[in-house]
Structures are given as structure tokens and as C-alpha cells.
Design a protein around this ligand. Structure first.
Ligand code: BES
Ligand code: MN
Ligand code: ZN
Length: 469
């Protein structure tokens, strides 16, 4: 797939073969019109509302790219004044950033396993933004930033969309190694022997059923010397069968997406590096396949984590929280100032919220509020959920310290909260901690004007977190 080029220029002359995009709120469907001077114009339905909000603007940007693809137009020209909605932001750079992020996201499709059609793919190759000289610099900067972010979102989607058989922990390692080339990010990988020495019994336990060896991926981007690091932790279950508590029929088919959190961590740090964020950032990604076999960990097993706390395995399908417990324990070595976890942790988060928001958990109200605002700004919405002390009583182990499921009642009630509370037990040493359960958002909704499959959830939000927190 060729990289899409976005340029800013004063007049359309700089590209005669561009199709001009025009907007009309009254047309029901986009049209392709040839004017008197045989100039081609693609007319797109625009919002009637001049005070369009950010969410609707995101869809408008995607719609432009989708309509161009539908009409097989490869090069389009857009008047900046047509899309510079002041109601979205009065900063041209910010509007341009949103436009570029969403052009990139809408221009993506997962084609790796498809035969190229005879007439080729329909991707947009070039976009020309026609703007006054005085706005050009701000627009260009916003576009540049937006393209970096949008491309990292798509790279995350590529990793997540790859079928489980082709995205093993080792492949995830290889892919991330490739992706960090040209950035100052350093990568280390802990192997089984290292994890045994460290006592990472959670990761080792979950991985036992698979012939694929687990990997613990560490990404270090250590720019600023003064500050303590921000740590991002991402669930990297490359396929989740449920293990011996095997998933029923159609609950398994999307479980190649269960490494979305890990992919989002890698690509948001790569994004931050490409944007030149001047901070210390560490990414931790336990990469494991959850399989049933004669070697699998069993319900009832008790696993000892790196921090010494033991986990009673009530259900082998609640595996994410177990591998993340070890990752949280490992994070303590960095003496972080802030830790954010991101994981397709529970189906219950989707039961609570539907597929429109990720669940946000944090005991620090100020941090939660900041992440909430950044989420809305980034286009990766979140909604807060409780982490009250009372929930701790629900996950007490009988023979181990903590249970990986609610142990005093129906474990399906509030599992997103119990999973978060379980992780909180391993996050007590961090000055600030937040957890994002992206289970509800792993795939796109049909009305989001994006290709079917992985959404790349989290990358846009985490880039903002790394920039601003
Ligand atoms: N990876 C799943 C959670 C999930 C489900 C994410 C659907 C996205 C979409 C997790 O490992 C899991 O299997 N959770 C179980 C927990 C249960 C055993 C209490 C679930 O949600 O069914
Ligand atoms: Mn599971
Ligand atoms: Zn899982």
C-alpha cells in the first residue's frame, strides 16, 4: 500500500489532474459531476450544521476519503475554507491534524491476504489542500502530525487484524522490532529463562498450554533525563481460546484481536518518538497465546507472580489480568511516575457500555478527568467506571491471595470492575495508575466509516497521554 501524500498549496494549478471536492448539504448521495469546462468535481453531502462538533467532523473527514475511494478517484483537491470549521477548533493546526488522522484511518484497508484486483486498489494517493498563504504553515504542521498519528493507528490495526496463526508472540516481537527502526526506541525481550529467574509465574502459567513461547517485550524511549518515566502496559494475548475453560462457539473468532492493547502501546510510543516527545517512556507488553492442551494451566492452579502475590485461577479464560499482574510487578523496577494499562480485558466492559466507549478506571479523580478529556479530544472515547474498596472483597482468594474472578457471587456481574480491581492490587506502588478496558472497542462500528475489523483503539488517546501528561 502506497503512502498517501497530503500537500498544501495556494492554487489548484499545482496539480491539474486533481478532482476538486465540493460540498452540498442537500444532496442525498455523493455525485461525480463534470463541469462545463470539463473540470471534474466530486460533490459530497456536507453537514447542514455550521457549528459541527468534533465527533461529526471526524466522520466528515472520513467521508471525504471514503467517497473518493468509492468513485475511484486517486487525487483530490479540497478548499481549506470548506473544511476549516471554527466550531471544531479555532486553531488551523488542530483542525488539520484531525483531518489528516482521519484521512489516513479512512484510507486504510487490511489487504495483505487479498489478491490484488485487475483494476488495482482504490486507495486515495494524493490530497491537495488549497489554502491562503498565511494559513499554510499551521495547516502543514497539523497535517504532518496527523499523518504520523493516523499511520500508527493503521499499523496497530495491521497487527491486530493479522490472524492468530500468523501473529504469534514471536511474530509480534519481529513486527515491533521492524517498526521501531529509525526511532531512538530500544527494545528488549525477556525469554522463558529470564521470566523463570524473575518469577513471572503469571505469564509462564498462562502460556503453558501453547507451543508458542511467551515473550515479554520491553520498549524504552528515554529522552528527558530529569523525569521519572511514564509506563504503558498492554495486553498481548495473540490468540485467546479461553484455555481449558474454552470459549463457546462464536465467542472465539475475534480473539486474534486480544493483543490490541499491546499493539496500541507499541505504536503509540513509536508515534510519540516520531513526534519528538521529550520524555521518558517505557512500554511493557506480555505476549502470550492462551491455548488448551495437556500442558495447560488449570482452573484451581495457584500462580506466584513476580511481586510475590499469588493468584488463584478460577477460570483460565480470565487470562489477561494474570499476565498483566506480572507486567505491573515488573514496572515497579522503573520507579514510574504514571502507569497506564490498556487491554481487551473483559467482555463485561462491552456489556456495560456497548461498543461506543472504552472503560476507564482510576482511583485518582484528577488523572481520570484528564484522560477523559484527552480521550474525547483524540477521538478514542472512554467512560469512567468505579474502583471502590468494596470490590476488593469480591476477588479475595480462598487458598491464594487474589482470585482471577469474583469469588463471592456471580462472576459475570461486574467483571470489568473486578478485573480492574484485580489489577489495582498489583498497582499499589505506583503514584498514579489508570486502566483502560478496550474490550468494547476492539473492532469498528459500521457507522464509523472505517474498514471492517480492528479499530486501532487506544493509539490516538495514548499519543495524547504521552504528549500531555
Ligand atoms: N479477551 C477476553 C475479553 C474480551 C471478550 C475482549 C470479547 C473483547 C471482546 C478475556 O480474556 C476474557 O475471555 N474474558 C472473559 C472473562 C470471563 C471468564 C469472566 C469474558 O469476558 O467472557
Ligand atoms: Mn480470555
Ligand atoms: Zn483475553
Amino acid at each position: 500500500m502506497k503512502k498517501m501524500k497530503i500537500t498544501v498549496a495556494e492554487k489548484k494549478e499545482s496539480g491539474k489532474d486533481f478532482v476538486k471536492v465540493a460540498f452540498d448539504p442537500k444532496i442525498p448521495e455523493s455525485r461525480f459531476v463534470i463541469g462545463k469546462d470539463s473540470e471534474e468535481t466530486l460533490v459530497i453531502k456536507s453537514p447542514e450544521d455550521k457549528d459541527i462538533n468534533r465527533r461529526k467532523f471526524i466522520l466528515l473527514a472520513r467521508q471525504i476519503a471514503q467517497e473518493a475511494k468509492k468513485h475511484k478517484v486517486k487525487k483530490i483537491a479540497i478548499e481549506w475554507n470548506d473544511i476549516n470549521f471554527k466550531s471544531v477548533s479555532n486553531k488551523a493546526g488542530e483542525v488539520a491534524e484531525i483531518v489528516a488522522v482521519n484521512f489516513e484511518m479512512a484510507n486504510y484497508d487490511f489487504i495483505r491476504y487479498k489478491t490484488k484486483p485487475k483494476e488495482g486498489w482504490n486507495f486515495v494517493e494524493e490530497i491537495l489542500i488549497v489554502a491562503d498563504k498565511k494559513d499554510q504553515k499551521a495547516i502543514e504542521n497539523g497535517i504532518k502530525k496527523g499523518q504520523i498519528i493516523g499511520r500508527e493507528v493503521n499499523a496497530c490495526r495491521d497487527l491486530a487484524n493479522t490472524p492468530g496463526g500468523d501473529m504469534t508472540p514471536q511474530v509480534l516481537v519481529n513486527e515491533i522490532k521492524q517498526a521501531i527502526i529509525g526511532t531512538p526506541i530500544k527494545m528488549k525481550v525477556l525469554e522463558v529463562v529470564d521470566m523463570k529467574k524473575l518469577g513471572m509465574g503469571g505469564i509462564l502459567g498462562v502460556s503453558r498450554g501453547s507451543i508458542e513461547k511467551p515473550k515479554f517485550i520491553i520498549l524504552e524511549y528515554l529522552m528527558s533525563r530529569k523525569e521519572k518515566p511514564i509506563i504503558l502496559i498492554g495486553k498481548g494475548i495473540t490468540f485467546d481460546t479461553g484455555g481449558l475453560n474454552v470459549k463457546p462457539e462464536n465467542y472465539m473468532s475475534d480473539m486474534h484481536l486480544d493483543m490490541t492493547g499491546g499493539a496500541a502501546v507499541a505504536h503509540s510510543i513509536i508515534g510519540a518518538a516520531k513526534l519528538g516527545v521529550n520524555k521518558k517512556i517505557v512500554g511493557l507488553i506480555p505476549a502470550v497465546e492462551n491455548m488448551p492442551s495437556g500442558q495447560s494451566y488449570r482452573p484451581g492452579d495457584i500462580l506466584k507472580t513476580i511481586s510475590g502475590k499469588t493468584i488463584e485461577v478460577a477460570n483460565t479464560d480470565a487470562e489477561g489480568r494474570i499476565i498483566l499482574a506480572d507486567a505491573h510487578g515488573y514496572a515497579e523496577r522503573y520507579d514510574p511516575r504514571l502507569v497506564t494499562n490498556i487491554a481487551t480485558l473483559t467482555g463485561a466492559a462491552g456489556v456495560a457500555l456497548g461498543e461506543r466507549a472504552a472503560a476507564l478506571f482510576s482511583k485518582e479523580k484528577k488523572l481520570a478527568d484528564k484522560i477523559f478529556d484527552l480521550a474525547e479530544e483524540s477521538g478514542d472515547p472512554v467512560w469512567p467506571m468505579p474502583l471502590w474498596e468494596e470490590y476488593k472483597n469480591d476477588i479475595k482468594g480462598i487458598f491464594g491471595d487474589v482470585s482471577n474472578l469474583r469469588s463471592n457471587g456471580n462472576p459475570r456481574y461486574g467483571d470489568a470492575i473486578h478485573a480492574a480491581m484485580f489489577l489495582a492490587e498489583f498497582a499499589e506502588k505506583f503514584p498514579e495508575w489508570a486502566h483502560l478496558d478496550i474490550g468494547p472497542r476492539d473492532t469498528v462500528n459500521p457507522d464509523e466509516l472505517l474498514a471492517k475489523g480492528a479499530s486501532g483503539v487506544g493509539v490516538r488517546l495514548l499519543v495524547k497521554v504521552l504528549e500531555r501528561l
